[in-house]
Design a protein around this ligand. Structure first.
Ligand code: ATP
Ligand code: MG
Length: 206
């Protein structure tokens, strides 16, 4: 099955982003983009791809441990960006160091559970909003609109394991694309970065 680890923003933050994307949908060229569906909005931490079901028990144990080691941390949706000429996304601000650590731990958890992970590129936290069908779509108006977007802060409190079902071509009345398989609370045990050096993480956050 196709799996990834993610952070799911809470309903309030998703609603804020919904307001912004309502504006984006009205911009010229919006109909040339394929917009991601709101219930599917997520921040990928680690993409695993096809995972043998036999690996799942060990993967769960390892991901639980990754969550256990990571303290809850503040995050907010912020601004926008693009990958190439096709993918439009909103970014995040807040405790990005802790977010990156959580992403690395999720990646390591999958590797140790036996998942054949790709070599990771530099982690760039993002929530994909739309994908262009061609390279000719001008993303600038959308990026301009997203530029000023500042979502409300929340405390990331869970690591989520998500199953992705790729769309079956020619089937319009489709099943949900993403399904939460499991989620583990962030617990901040074990002397991670934030536990050391006099509470610096709280000072930097946000
Ligand atoms: P589709 O591929 O049909 O456009 P999708 O990208 O939403 O849909 P998946 O391909 O299953 O669905 O990907 C799930 C999540 O993992 C998405 O957030 C996607 O951007 C991310 N992802 C997919 N492939 C990779 C990869 N090779 N490296 C990092 N992240 C990835
Ligand atoms: Mg994909």
């Amino acid at each position: 099955m196709r799996l990834f680890a993610a952070v799911l923003p809470p309903a309030e933050q998703l609603a804020e982003l919904g307001h912004v994307t309502d504006l984006l949908h009205r911009l010229p060229g919006a109909d040339r983009l394929r917009w991601t569906s709101r219930p599917a909005w997520h921040l990928t931490l680690a993409f695993m791809g096809e995972v043998d079901e036999e690996l799942l028990p060990e993967l769960r144990v390892r991901l639980a441990r990754a969550a256990h080691r990571t303290p809850p941390f503040p995050l907010r949706l912020h601004g926008g960006g693009h990958f190439g000429r096709r993918a439009l996304w909103t970014g995040v601000a807040g405790d990005l160091d802790e977010l990156r650590l959580l992403a690395e731990r999720a990646d390591a958890a999958a590797r140790r559970a036996g998942v054949a992970m790709e070599e990771h590129r530099r982690y760039q936290a993002h929530l994909t909003l739309a994908r262009a069908r061609t390279d000719e779509t001008d993303l600038r108006p959308f990026l301009d609109e997203l530029h000023a977007f500042e979502g409300g802060r929340w405390q990331v409190a869970e690591l989520t394991l998500v199953r992705s079902r790729l769309p079956v071509s020619g089937v319009p009345g489709e099943q949900p694309r993403y399904e939460t398989l499991d989620a583990w609370p962030l617990e901040g045990a074990g002397g991670g970065r934030s536990a050391g050096a006099g509470g610096g993480a709280a000072g930097r956050a946000g």
